[in-house]
Design a binder for this molecule. Sequence first.
Ligand code: NOJ
Ligand code: CA
Length: 692
Amino acid sequence: MILNRRNTVLGLFLVLIFFNQCKQGAEESIDVSSPDGKILVTFTIRGGVPHYQISRSGRDVIKASKLGFTFKDAAPLNRNLAVVGHRQSSFDEVWVQPWGEVKDIRNHYNQLHVQLAETTAAPRKMNLVFKVYDDGVGFRYELPAQEHLGAVQITDEQTQFKLAGDHKAWWIKAYQWNRYEYLYQSSAVSDIDTVVHTPLTMETRDGLYLSIHEAALTDYPSMTLAPTGRTVLECDLVPWWDGIKVKTETPFVTPWRTIQIAETAGDLITSYLILNLNEPNKLGDVSWVQPGKYVGIWWGMHIGTYTWESGEKHGATTANAKRYIDFAAEHGFPGVLIEGWNTGWDGDWIANSDLFNFTTPYDDFDMPVISAYAASKGVKIIGHHETSKGIANYERQVDDAFRYYRQNGINTIKTGYVGFGQNIVPVGDTSGAGEWHHGQYMVRHYRMIVEKAAENKIMLDVHEPIKPTGIRRTYPNMMTREGARGQEYNAWSDGNPPDHTTILPFTRLLGGPMDFTAGIFDLTFEAANRPGNRVSTTLAKQLALYVVIYSPLQMAADLVENYENQPAFQFIEDVPVDWQDTRVLHAQIGDYLTIARQDRNSADWYMGSITDELGRTLETQLTFLDADRQYVAEIYSDADDADWDTNPLAIDISRALVDRSTTLSIRLAPGGGQAIRIRPATEEETHSVTPY
Ligand code: NOJ
Ligand code: CA
């Protein structure tokens, strides 16, 4: 069937079902392949133990790997199993993202649904569902309602990933102090000596790119991966405070375990498998959900120019808020984030999470005056809820807190969960033991806030979040999140080295958007007197990050005064946050990356290209442009002598006439980048602007 990918939505839908009953107890092997026939998943029962394996074009990707569970008060569900039935089906549709990195997404897969039952006297039942796409595989367990399994406490999900080789992997440790906020390490899989977070991205010796992650993490702990053999990883669920991994009852389903498989590293970025494995939009009309750019009273706190707490340097004052609102209005930014406006920051706010009050402003912050002022300028305040891990305190106030923001015209909230290690303070008695950010308890909390926000027509930007697993498809108000080491680390830590942003798009960002907060222009912030702290990029690279790091909410993170009289700021004013299409033009994990994106609301394209600490020149032909049309490229490039270390601010801004036959030479300084706006040329410009 020929599909028109531009066709809006849900129309095309083809279901072929053939049902196959099998004899209980037989050794079974059942295959299902991707629509293009390249990826093959085989489900087998060997000696009563369920296994799956994956190959692509005849080569193993995942060797026969075990599936199953152990429980606290019941026998394990991982042996004595037989196939009692299976059926296959196919699905093909194009759905439209209300906002996103691409407008139309094709959801095209073949599915295998396998029903298993124990061969014991009191048999329990478990199903496995495999969805096989051209760009990878998702599978999950279904535990149906049944006589011999009701309430369960899962002590282990034993899903194995037996890799077919000792691939190069990019990973961060799990169970750490700072959640997901670490620099990626790369090594052979066999050298991973710790439990790691997902997405775990790998490059095989024969040139495939793989990423293991999960989709639709809804009421279950996050999956981390434990090395249990030289090239074997096993699902390691983040526990509750008491060590139990999952507390639930049948019927339930697990999140999808996902393996993205691509021939190029760039194809991982344009794989929408994670989104496809999530439920469609549950909110109906989401015209109130609006991607946008914002400035904020924020970076000043991180570099020490302002404070969150009250006092002389208090950042969230009425006067400062008005100044930021003025700037936003003048430069066409719809949002202004204000942190530190509510009481609770004085003293040790990380220790005193119970002191945060989400409806009481500091005396020098006049919320009604500021919200009226913002409204008069057509700007929205982005509210802030820092919980500092005090979940009980937050949940007690959350209804009032949301109402308060609504009353003040606020429709976006940035939340925060600063807390370290296993120290979330939950609701209820745990004898003083804490929760992880990534266990089932917090997955439920984060989801509850997303739902509550949706009821209030509020968009969310979550810091210290649970990792993204595509629920933005189901709840399009779940805009963006942190969940990685962002720009803030450049303000007060040993900083992010130049290669950090050449790894993020291939790892953490495969899960979903990130509020990285690019756009620092004063790269060394010497006036803030932070010797040893700086941003390790060139200025042009800060611009390129708006294209490279996708987020529907994008901050221009610097102090607004640092944008005055800066010609390069024009790029940040122009760059959209909502895209029709995304193309990856160069991709080498940890080295360099070029992405071109087409604006959803105009004929413009934007390109961002970044490199690690090495300078390089990348060539690309602009084949994505319309034929028979000329464009003006507005190019923000590293100057010849730019270098992140010695000369970061040197930028050249130029214009050239281009078309789809133009080959661009993208010169990147060490730690540099290039940002390009490509817009249709006016008739006059086709004569006056010099061809590239
Ligand atoms: C950490 C967040 O990442 C940052 O953006 C925020 O300013 C602080 N917490 C305070 O809430
Ligand atoms: Ca953070």
